[in-house]
Design a protein around this ligand. Structure first.
Ligand code: GUN
Length: 267
C-alpha cells in the first residue's frame, strides 16, 4: 500500500479509565500495529468522561479521513451506556464488529466485520485444519463479544462451520454431560480453570477463550489462567489452546485483519 503511494492502515483505540486488563489489551493492540507497520492512535480518557463527550469523540473518529477503523475498549464505566456507544460507531469503521449492523450481517452470512475473538478462533480452526463439519461444538458462554457470535459462526454453511452447535451457560442443566459430548469445546465463561478433565471427551478440540487473573506468589502478585484446567485437559484432548498465547494473539491478529479490510475499502 505504501509503495503504491497510500498511507498505511490506521487503527484508533479508545480507552476509558484504568482497568488493568483493558490497559494490557489496548497496549498489545497498539504494539501489534507498530510491529506490522500500521499507524495507530490511543485516545485515553479519564473514567469520569461523560457519555456525551465520549459520543462526541466517536463522531469525530467516524468523520476523520485519516482513520480507517477504531474500537472502544470494553468494559466502560457504569455511568456510560455501552449500547449507545456501540451504536454510534460507523459500521464501516467498526473493526470490532460490535455494531448491530455488523452482527446482523454476520448472522445472515453477509459481508461484515466479524468480531475479533470469534474471527480469530475460526481462523485458528482453519489453519490447524480442524474438522468441523457435522461435529458437535459446545460453546460455553453466551456473551455478545464471544459466545453469541461464535455459535453463529460454527453453524454457518461453510468451513470452518457446519457444526451442530450447543450454547451452554450458567443456567444449563447437566453441564458436565453437555461438555462431555463436545467434539469441539469453546470455553468463554470467564471462570478460572472451570473446565476440568472429567468434562472433556477423549480427543476433543478445546479452545480456551478465558483470561483470568488469579493470585500468585510472584512479582506481579497474579498469574493468568484460562477457563480450562490446562494440564489435566491437555492429556485428554487432541488440541488445546494455551493461556496466555492462544486465542489472545489471534484476537489481535484478527483486529489487524479487519483494519486492513477497512483500509482497503476506503482506498
Ligand atoms: N473487551 C474484551 N474483549 C474486547 C474486544 O475484543 N474489543 C473491545 N473493544 N473490548 C473488549
Amino acid at each position: 500500500m505504501t509503495e503504491a503511494g497510500h498511507r498505511p492502515p490506521h487503527l484508533a483505540v479508545v480507552l476509558v479509565g484504568s482497568n488493568a486488563a483493558s490497559e494490557t489489551y489496548v497496549n498489545a493492540k497498539i504494539k501489534a500495529c507498530s510491529a506490522i507497520g500500521y499507524e495507530s492512535s490511543l485516545l485515553h480518557f479519564p473514567p469520569e468522561i461523560s457519555q456525551t463527550m465520549l459520543l462526541h469523540t466517536i463522531d469525530e473518529l467516524n468523520e476523520n479521513e485519516d482513520i480507517d477503523g477504531f474500537i472502544v475498549q470494553l468494559p466502560l464505566p457504569a455511568h456510560i451506556d455501552e449500547n449507545s456507544v456501540i451504536n454510534r460507531v460507523l459500521p464501516a469503521k467498526d473493526v470490532d464488529g460490535f455494531h448491530p449492523i455488523n452482527v446482523g450481517k454476520m448472522a445472515l452470512g453477509l459481508d461484515a466485520f466479524i468480531s475479533a475473538t470469534p474471527g480469530g478462533i475460526v481462523e485458528l480452526l482453519r489453519r490447524y485444519e480442524i474438522e468441523t463439519s457435522g461435529k458437535h461444538c459446545v460453546v460455553l458462554g453466551r456473551s455478545n463479544i464471544v459466545g453469541g457470535p461464535m455459535s453463529i459462526l460454527m453453524r454457518r454453511n461453510t468451513y470452518p462451520g457446519n457444526s451442530t452447535v450447543t450454547i451452554a451457560h450458567s443456567r444449563t442443566q447437566n453441564l458436565k454431560e453437555v461438555c462431555l459430548s463436545a467434539d469441539i469445546l469453546i470455553a468463554a465463561i470467564g471462570k478460572p480453570e472451570f473446565v476440568t478433565a472429567d468434562m472433556v471427551k477423549e480427543g476433543a478440540v478445546v479452545v480456551d477463550v478465558g483470561i483470568n487473573r488469579i493470585d500468585a506468589d510472584n512479582e506481579k502478585g497474579y498469574k493468568l489462567v484460562g477457563d480450562v484446567a490446562f494440564d489435566e485437559v491437555a492429556e485428554k484432548c487432541s488440541y488445546i489452546t494455551p493461556v496466555p498465547g492462544g486465542v489472545g494473539p489471534m484476537t489481535i491478529a484478527y483486529l489487524l485483519n479487519n483494519t486492513m479490510i477497512a483500509a482497503r475499502k476506503r482506498m
